[in-house]
Design a protein around this ligand. Structure first.
Ligand SMILES: [Mg+2]
Length: 213
């Protein structure tokens, strides 16, 4: 059976990798555990709302910093400066953690000679993140929002992602965790959206292999 797709373009955040736990950073800084958990989970939820996304924080490093510090400012009522601490500890993508099924799926796609891309709303180059894990060779192309001046769900970022791996959109599967990733259908791609899983739990990425065939 020939594969259904020539390429897969993955979202980065909460699809292949998840962030360090901001609640742990807050507890370390002296915030009570229950309050830290409640605050951090609220900040993370709010960061994905249409209102927060409208800030377009992933078009430049400056916009990223001000957009996130605006969200993190809620922590400063516990101790001034916590917003900056959170930004430094949580927003350094080299400190993000891959889901336990990420590596196996990337390696299997490589083995099957399926092209792999990363399509991300992000304000910095993600190549060093993959290189840090020894996966530089497992990703064929990147489409970063800050480099293209557009964010998902803008169709142009998905088209750029397909171009970066040399696949036709109709032969490309886009995998994400958020409705903005669904914008890829307007580029002509099929889309798989994976629901939230707890940190440290497999993220259901093996479903990609089932779809590839
Ligand atoms: Mg995401």
């Amino acid at each position: 059976m020939s594969p259904a797709f020539d390429g897969v373009c993955f979202d980065f955040g909460d699809t292949l990798f998840y962030s360090p736990d901001g609640a742990a950073v807050l507890v370390e800084a002296g915030v009570a555990p229950a309050a830290a958990r409640e605050l951090w989970d609220r900040i993370w939820r709010e960061s994905k709302t249409p209102e927060a996304l409208a800030v377009k924080r992933d078009l430049s490093p400056l916009a990223h910093r001000s957009g996130w510090l605006g969200l993190f400012a809620q922590a400063d009522v516990y101790r001034p400066g916590l917003s900056t601490l959170l930004y430094e500890r949580v927003m350094d993508h080299t400190k993000w953690i891959p889901f336990p099924d990420t590596e196996a799926v990337l390696r299997e796609l490589d083995r099957r000679q399926v092209k792999v891309g990363v399509v991300s709303n992000v304000a910095e180059d993600l190549r060093p993140v993959f290189a840090k894990h020894g996966w530089a060779d497992l990703v064929d192309g990147f489409a970063h929002s800050y480099e293209h001046g557009v964010e998902k769900p803008d169709v142009r970022l998905f088209l750029a992602a397909c171009a970066s791996i040399g696949t036709a959109p109709s032969r490309t599967l886009v995998v994400g965790d958020h409705p903005v990733d669904g914008g890829a259908v307007m580029a002509g791609c099929a889309v798989l959206l994976l629901p939230h899983t707890e940190p440290g739990e497999p993220h259901g990425l093996a479903r990609v292999l089932d779809l590839i065939g």
